[in-house]
Structure formats: structure tokens, C-alpha cells
Design a protein around this ligand. Sequence first.
Ligand code: ADP
Ligand code: ZN
Length: 680
Amino acid sequence: MQDAQALLSSVFGFSAFRPGQAEIVEAVASGRNVLAIMPTGGGKSLCFQLPALMRAGVTVVISPLIALMRDQVRGLHEAGVVAGALTSGNTAEETDAVWAALDDGSLKLLYIAPERLASSGTERMLRRAGVSLIAVDEAHCVSQWGHDFRPDYLRIGELRRGLDVPLAAFTATADAETREEIVARLFDGQQPETFLRGFDRPNLALAFEVKQNPRAQILSYAAARKGQSGIVYCGTRAKTETLATALREAGHSACHYHGGMEAEERRIVEGRFATEDGLIVVATIAFGMGVDKPDIRWVAHADLPKSIEGYYQEIGRAGRDGAPADTMTLFGPDDIRFRRAQIDEGLAPPERKAADHARLNALLGLAEALGCRRQVLLGYFGEAAAPCGNCDLCQTPPETFDATTPVRKALSAILRTGESFGAGHLIDILTGDVTDKVRERGHDALPTFGVGTEFDKRGWQAVFRQMAAHDLVRPDPARHGALRMTDAARPILRGEAGITLRQDTIKAAPRRPQVKMLVSEEDAPLLSALKAKRRALAEAARVPAYVIFTDRTLIEMAETRPMDLDQMARITGVGAAKLERYGAQFLAVITGERPDDLHPARRKLAGRDAGSLYDRLLAVQADLARGDDGTGKHVTCSSSQLAKLAATRPADLSGIVRLLGDRRAERFGDAFLAVLRAAG
Ligand code: ADP
Ligand code: ZN
């Protein structure tokens, strides 16, 4: 079996595994059944692509979306891997190429759409093709509970039994219910080796902001990231359209996307997003699974997501390439009310509603966190972590205060008015505002009337919002907008527990948006030039830009400025095939020169010791081309002869004669041997 680490760098151009990958690759490559749960962008594809190269035979990959398959196949081709897809979107030539590669035994990965499993010939075809491993991407699609359910996924278990080969299933969905369903349906209930880890995405910056003027907040966030690809998630379809218009009016390139659009319109947006640099898509969560663009630089939520899992998946679409990416989520009391009502009014059985409230609570706990957000987030997924330094609360620790007394005043106002009113009226009572409604109901006679002198109305709104986020109060689904006290609030009301809240979100904090740069000012012009080159190549090849190189790779080029192909080969994401194809052109952008016409034989050695050995041999040869005294007959070796010398390093003159023949060995033999020996 080929060495995983060596393939990782030679084929994919990565110097190290991401957390969790090495163990999964090892398990899959050795043919064990595997269930791997990794976060979006954690690098799941590599965990079956690499084993596929290590193992004999063909790996069949089942993936729910044709677009995803095509992107992966394209990426593999760029990396020099023989892979193909059989989908309804193929051209006849593409399909012929797949069959040819299957016949001559060169195909390593075969992507098929789940629909294909319904046809009776598929299993026979796969057996004949010599399938030795099944990989299932987005394995949660077997779950009937989830909204990604794909009935054809239910046939995968049967296929595994029929082919009797190991199966590796991958998903980003972490909850226990879904996991159990995957084990039951894909593995016949036999527990596979399970990997659940690596939920941290350290390159994602985390931030939440209380809604003040949401539209202005999103516009200023986007303005600080002008020209970078981003997604704005909205709670409603209508909002995606108005916000996209507002962004365009502010000079951004932006479009909207939601489930109510025609399939064709949606496909156009997906295509533009994949290929254009710096497009903003304003979308509902319908814009999701098919999006695997690795260089999304930011994700903003214009509305609060519905659960902590949803939040995590959505922000996870940013920065898959590992370069820094920003996320920001807006929330306010209306969001909390809306999400609670959505659960309460849904048709799910009571246990499920309770679970959904708990998931929402977890997200609200994150929104109102008092310390590092990443610690709270990872804690929810069962991982311990140190404060991250890459979230808004690490950067600006929040001011907090003991809110026990004001919270008790608020709870008392709720109880004394029969749990029948919303925050607005309750705040009028607390602040002693004699409105018509207060007078009509006689609420100015309550003992709580006017006791809330510590805050103005705005301040009290922030207290009520935080109480709702801590699940001390909930809107009563039966009485629109009325707040009920929850059991969690009782200990506070009885004086048995205290509560700390944030002070800083009570006072509005005006903020100047800071322009976010991907690289330092001095590297920025080079980065733009590299991006322009990438765009030109991508357009010529009709592939998304990131298929050529991801942002992360270009950033590393701009920052480290490789001066030759050897240094270029060490850049993350530059594997052998891409070095061969694009290395010289990007190098030319960096050095500002026309590409050195490196002989292909030399290019193959780039990044290896043999490469510099070749260069030294070439220099010696140039010195001796006309003999010791410069008057002899002109003699040179071919590039492939030099490459062979550098790669095989003969130890004596007879070895040199074998490679170069007598005449050249006579001229260069001693000098070459000296170089080879010095290289040890
Ligand atoms: P997902 O887990 O969401 O399917 P992908 O497999 O698409 O994630 O990987 C996300 C990105 O991370 C891709 O651009 C991929 O090339 C990159 N990647 C994967 N593994 C590594 C690694 N070991 N080092 C650097 N980049 C990696
Ligand atoms: Zn932090």
C-alpha cells in the first residue's frame, strides 16, 4: 500500500493532515467499516480520496448532488487522479471516458448518483468494475428525520451486502439520532469504527451582534469585506431579495437565492457563485449542501438561525480552504420569539419540540455568552478548549453585572400581571410610564409599578432579551406575545440563585467597521495579480477559480513569494500535477518575469533534493560545454539525462557511462561525480 503522507503531499500538495484525517484515512485504507463525523470544511473528501489511491481496485463514491460530484471529479483531474462520474448531467464523451478508464483499469474513483442504485444492473456493473470500497458522502441523507432525506440512500445498505466490501460513511451532522440511523441503515446495525472529532475550525472568527438597525449592520459588515465572497443568510425569502438589492445599490456584486426560485435561476446563482470572485449571495438556508466553494471569506446571519447545529453548519461554509474567514450573527428579541413560535407551532411530537427548544437554547446561550464563544460552541459538541483569541468576546471581553435584582423585578411584573403581557407593556410598568393600557388595567397600582429606575426602556429591553435567551421567559404560544415564566426562573425569583448579564449590549456601542484585509498592505497588490491570473486560467478552462488554486494557496504565495519552482512546490495546495501545469505561470506573476522555460524533465524534480542537484549538474555542464579550456567541441547532455543522473545518483564512472555514453562521460564524468558525491 502506498504511503498516505507521501500521497498527501505529492498528489494534493498538503504538508500535513488536518485534525482527525490521519486516523480516518488509516482506518478506511485498511478496509474497516468507518463512520466519520467531521465538521463542514474539515476535509472529509480527502478521507476517502486518499484511501482510494492507496487501495487496489475502484472506490465507488455515492454523493447526493451532481454539482458536488462534478466539482470533486474536476478537482481530482487537476490533481492528476483518474476519476469519473456517472450522472445524468454527463456528456456522451464524459461517459465514454469513464467506461474506457474502467475497462483499462486506470479508474480509481467512480462517483455515482444515488438514483442509479435503483437500477438493477448497477450492482453487477460495480462488481465487474472491481469495486473494493464504498464511500458515502453526506451520509445523513439516509435519515428520514432530516430535511436532506434521499430515499435512494436506503439502497446503499443492500449494495454493501451485495458487493461485500468495506463502507466508509461521512457526514457533518453530529446528533446522536442521526448517527444511530446511519448505523442502522448503512451498516445493518453493526457498529462501524466511529470518528467524532475535530469540530474546531480555528480559522473562523466568531461574532454575534444585537440587532439595532439590521440592514445597516449587514451593509457595513459587507463594506468592510468588499470584493470578498460571502453569504448572508436570512430568515425569509422576501428579505433575501431586498437585502441583495441594497447590497447592489451599495456597489457590491450580489444576488439572492431561495427555495421559491425556479431550478434554472437557482442553478445560475450557484454557477456564478462558484466561478466569480467576490460575489455575495443573500439566501435562505436552501442555499446549502451544494455549496462547497472553499474560498468563501465570510458568512453573516441577518437573522438568528434555528439551532446551534444549524448555526454551526452555516458558518462552517466559510473558510474551508483554511485561510482566515469571518462570521457574524445578528439576533434580537423578535428572532427569539420567531424561533420559539416556529417550534411551538410545528407538527412535531412533544419530545421533539422539547429537544428543538433545547437546541435553540444552546444557540441563545452562545449568543449571550459571557466568555469565549468558541469554548461555548465546542463545549456543546463535547470538546474542551482554551479561550480562542479569535472571537469578538476574546477580543473585547464583555462588561457584565449582577442582574439578580432587576431580573427579579421583571419576573415579579410578569407574575403580578397574570403572565398575560409582552415585554413592551411590562417595561412600561417597570419604568412607571402611565400609558392608556397601564391606566385601563390599573397596573399603575401594582407594587412593581415604577420600581425599575436603574434602566431606561432600551436597557430593560436588553434585560428582557437576555432573560429570553437564558430561557427564563418564553412567549406563550396560546397568547400571542405574552411572556410566561419558565421553571428555570424559579430559583432566581425565590432568591436561591443569582444571574449575571451583559452590560455592554444594554448601552448601544457605536462601532466603526474595520476593513478586513486578507494579507498585509504590501502583499495586497501581488495577491490581486495572482487572483487575476487565476481568474484568467479558470475562465479559459471553464472551471471555478478555486479548482486552479484556493485563496489560501494564493495568500501563501503572496506572503512567502517563492522565487523558483522548488520553493513553489512547498506551497500548501501545490501538488505535482498543479506545479507542472500552473507553477511557472504563477511564478512569473511573482517574479515579474517571463517564465523560465524549465525543461519538463527538470520540472518533475521540483521541490525535491534531486531538483537542486539537477541545477548544480547543469551549472557544471555549462562550464565544461566547450571543455576545460573553453576551446573544445560543444557537448551537452539532454535534460532527461541530467534528470536521471540527479534522481539515480550513480556512484562511479561506470554508472555515468551507462547513463550518458562514452563521449559525454569523458567530458563531464569527473566533474559530475564530484557534484554527486558532495551531495552525499
Ligand atoms: P468537507 O469536509 O466539507 O467535505 P472538503 O473535503 O471539501 O470539506 O475540504 C475542504 C477544503 O479543505 C478543501 O479545499 C480541501 O482541499 C482542503 N483540505 C482538506 N484536507 C486538507 C489538508 N490536510 N491540508 C490543507 N487543506 C486541506
Ligand atoms: Zn474566543
